[in-house]
Design a binder for this molecule. Structure first.
Ligand SMILES: [Zn+2]
Length: 198
């Protein structure tokens, strides 16, 4: 990690040469600098200091006790670790809080997704890391005696390493991880799937 800015830019210049480019031509002069700065941003997931803190509240703190499914959905962008090419798509997150437990500050889910996406990943591990982090926060016995009743996280991603190459069929993949009644109770699970496919 201890590379100087100049050394980092040299690496990018070498990569440009390697693919047959001339790094000294006008259009490419600023490219090593731009790539180095962009990598810092899109691969910030290696920096533990960037890991978002997830805010939680007592269920009922705003006058409403939530005992139904709470949902969130959004986009993600990551890089596959086999080819360092983007994979990206949508996620669906849902959980059922315990009525005496805690609820998540929902805006934080997107930040957690962004953080774990910002390194070389496989979609299975990305799914696992995101939902495990959120589940662990809500199950922390020091903060809360009542874990959520259920949690589910599903990602649907298009993998450019598949779409762009070879047979060029769309490389779409779905990964899901379930906890609590979403895992054990088919009715609860179908409620989640109904919302995903709505
Ligand atoms: Zn790949």
């Amino acid at each position: 990690m201890g590379y100087t800015k100049k050394e980092k830019e040299e690496v990018v210049k070498k990569m440009l040469e390697m693919i047959g480019e001339d790094p000294t031509r006008e259009g490419l002069v600023g490219t090593p600098d731009r790539v180095v700065r962009m990598w810092k941003e899109i691969f910030r997931g290696y920096n533990k200091k960037e890991k978002p803190k997830v805010t939680i509240f007592n269920n009922g703190h705003d006058g409403i006790v939530y005992d139904e499914m709470i949902t969130d959905t959004g986009n993600f962008y990551s890089h596959c670790e086999h080819h360092s090419v983007p994979f990206f798509g949508t996620y669906h997150f849902a959980y059922i809080p315990h009525s005496n437990g805690k609820i998540l500050g929902l805006s934080k889910v997107a930040r957690v997704v962004d953080y774990f996406s910002a390194k070389l990943q496989i979609q299975e591990r990305l799914t696992h890391e995101i939902v495990n982090y959120l589940w662990t926060v809500l199950c922390n016995k020091k903060i809360c005696k009542h874990p959520p009743l259920a949690m589910a996280f599903r990602m649907e991603g298009e993998h450019l390493c598949k779409t762009m190459r070879g047979v060029k069929k769309k490389g779409t993949m779905t990964t899901t991880q379930l906890f609590g009644s979403f895992k054990d109770d088919p009715l609860a699970r179908s409620e989640f799937m109904k919302w995903v496919n709505r």
